[in-house]
Design a protein around this ligand. Structure first.
Ligand SMILES: Cc1cc2nc3c(=O)[nH]c(=O)nc-3n(C[C@H](O)[C@H](O)[C@H](O)COP(=O)(O)O)c2cc1C
Length: 219
């Protein structure tokens, strides 16, 4: 796949076929992502690939926490408020996802989204990105670059992905289940698999601001 075409056609996939991703394909994707740039080439990303029984065990543990009403405890807080333009985009995003599912009442919408999100959106594979807790924003930036390269590489092999803050509400549970030390900070989760082209949620396409809304040319 040509690079610019790949960048422009990648989009978040939120429903998957149950088909497993072959290990050698995952290795090729990770092999591409390791060429991501990083601050002084420190390569701070630490990657955990989860599937099969471990994924089921993790889902059960996370669901137990959510059902018990334990408040989410992500490593980084949400902003207290978004600047108005960003707030508008957030609202458009949430409305767009619900519209794709095609249900109207508030309660039905909540249930429908819960169903879509259940069991990691049906993804056969989850990739968690960690970095050492002693590191700073620079390294988080590097892990973000790694995540983008990973998703683009997956896309080039016909594999869909969606970056997921929604699955890292309980980092301690994730660390415990996966045997990861507390000294490692959980940056993000990524769900991955073969896209279910028939699923209504996957018909949702986000847009982007035009260049004149965010670029200032200084000459
Ligand atoms: C840090 C980060 C966290 C995200 N968390 C979620 C999430 O929890 N659930 C979800 O459905 N999408 C999540 N996304 C995907 C974004 O909603 C998506 O990238 C954005 O709406 C643009 O759409 P596109 O990826 O289809 O181009 C996340 C993206 C990023 C970068």
């Amino acid at each position: 796949m040509e690079l610019i075409e790949g960048i422009k056609t990648r989009r978040s996939i939120r429903a998957y076929k149950s088909t497993l991703i072959p290990k050698d394909t995952l290795e090729r994707i990770l092999e591409a992502a390791r060429w991501s740039p990083s601050y002084t080439n420190t390569q701070p990303w630490e990657v955990v690939v989860v599937s099969g029984g471990k994924k089921d065990e993790l889902y059960k543990s996370l669901t137990k926490m959510a059902e018990a009403g334990v408040p989410p405890n992500r490593e980084w807080p949400q902003p207290k408020s978004w600047p108005p333009e960003l707030e508008k985009r957030t609202k458009e995003f949430f409305a767009g996802r619900l519209k794709a599912i095609g249900v109207k009442g508030e309660e039905e919408q909540k249930n429908a989204l819960r169903q879509v999100n259940a069991n990691f959106n049906g993804a056969p594979c989850i990739i968690f990105l960690f970095m050492d807790r002693t590191l700073t924003t620079w390294s988080a930036f590097d892990v973000g670059l790694f995540a983008q390269t990973l998703c683009l590489a997956a896309h080039s092999y016909g594999i869909g992905s969606c970056l997921q803050a929604g699955i890292i509400n309980y980092p301690d549970v994730i660390r415990e289940t996966l045997g990861i030390a507390k000294t490692k900070l959980l940056v993000l989760g990524i769900i991955m698999g073969y896209p279910d082209a028939e699923a209504p949620i996957n018909s949702y396409r986000t847009g982007r601001a035009n260049l004149d809304e965010f670029v200032k040319w200084c000459t």
